[in-house]
Ligand binder design. Structure first.
Ligand code: PMV
Length: 348
């Protein structure tokens, strides 16, 4: 079908990994499988306008606006993304694109916007493909969106759908793939589908270590093989947890995954400490609160100092009270974001 011009808008959420992806092979293939909660409130909203060119050009033609302002410094990253996906989306060079994007979370919050940003853009590209080829199925659309998002930023492939997404080949997950994320196919109790994630902004600065660099540090890392095996084992253990609702076991796996991610960085060459003193204060206080109240609250971390506090919805009131009374003091400017598990991206 010939399409002259059009406009499409997608909003796509961030996600938080329970079993972490850390280390990759060529072409954004993960060194180990991972599983994540899709978030609801932390998202990127991206509009893509497309206008057919008179003659197909040699280059990708696009303009980029972030929060209404022209953002040329993001262009190399997007160009690299388009180059990677060109083979699968050969129509891109036929169009002039105007991409406008904004996040619902503060710009410099230390929250990575690559998952939400790359998934939103991949979905816009898929909407153009759908205009050109209206008979593609919903299933193909979502799978390919996740596949393209992965080529932008690995974890972005887990942001297309909700509530739990697994990415990477894993023997006890039917249909799992290194190429795209899938909706977790095994039994998941309701308690996990309404989990809360309160994100404590400990350090809003720029990331010290880009994830690209971090993943690369796993090549030749002394503990790499053991770590990859551990991720497989933890996924298998979580399968039982999702079925039975064994929260103490959930907590053990999730916190261990977070600390292992940081342990990998501390034992890389070169080594990095991405936690801040306040990260440790918060972790200790979460442990103290859990011990004294029995409330099943735990933490996880990304490749940075911020802390994600995870807990079942039924404990929301008391955990938020605890966060306000004891943890906010350790956040930069007292800032935190209340989020919960969501159902994935939406076309607006
Ligand atoms: O998607 P990337 O390449 O930015 O890697 C993200 C890696 C972690 O956030 C640290 C873990 C994960 O699985 O999301």
């Amino acid at each position: 079908k010939s399409v002259q011009s059009g406009k499409v808008t997608w909003q796509s959420p961030s996600n938080i990994a329970l079993v972490k992806y850390w280390g990759k092979k060529k072409n954004q293939i993960p060194a180990n499988p991972s599983v994540s909660f899709t978030l609801k409130n932390c998202k990127t909203i991206t509009t893509m306008e497309f206008q057919k060119k008179e003659i197909k050009g040699e280059d990708f033609d696009f303009e980029l606006f972030f929060e209404g302002k022209k953002k040329d410094d993001f262009k190399p990253k997007i160009t690299r993304f388009f180059e990677r996906i060109e083979k699968y989306t050969p129509f891109l060079k036929d169009y002039e694109l105007v991409i406008q994007t904004e996040n619902t979370f503060p710009h410099s919050s230390g929250i990575a916007s690559s998952a939400s940003g790359m998934s939103a853009l991949a979905l816009c590209v898929m909407s153009l493909e759908k205009e050109l080829n209206p008979e593609i199925t919903e299933d193909y659309f979502l799978k390919k969106a996740s596949f393209l998002a992965r080529l932008g930023s690995g974890s972005a492939c887990r942001s297309i759908e909700g509530e739990l997404i697994e990415w990477g080949e894993h023997k006890t997950t039917a249909g799992s793939s290194d190429l795209f994320g899938i909706k977790y196919p095994n039994k998941v109790l309701e308690v996990f589908k309404s989990y809360q994630d309160t994100i404590l902004l400990v350090d809003k600065g720029q990331k010290q270590v880009s994830s690209t660099l971090g993943h690369n540090l796993m090549h030749g890392h002394s503990f790499a093989e053991a770590r990859f095996e551990q991720a497989h084992a933890n996924l298998e253990k979580l399968q039982a947890v999702f079925e039975t609702g064994n929260l103490p076991e959930f907590i053990k796996i999730v916190e261990s995954e977070a600390l292992t991610l940081h342990a990998m960085m501390m034992s890389s060459e070169p080594y990095f400490i991405l936690m801040k003193p306040n990260t440790l204060e918060i972790i200790n206080r979460i442990w103290g609160f859990r011990e004294s109240t029995g409330v099943p609250v735990c933490f996880t971390l990304d490749a940075g100092a911020n802390v994600h506090v995870l807990y079942p919805k039924r404990h929301k009131e008391e955990v938020l009270e605890f966060i306000k009374n004891e943890l906010v003091a350790y956040c930069e400017k007292g800032q935190y974001i209340c989020d919960s598990i969501g159902k994935g991206a939406e076309k607006l």
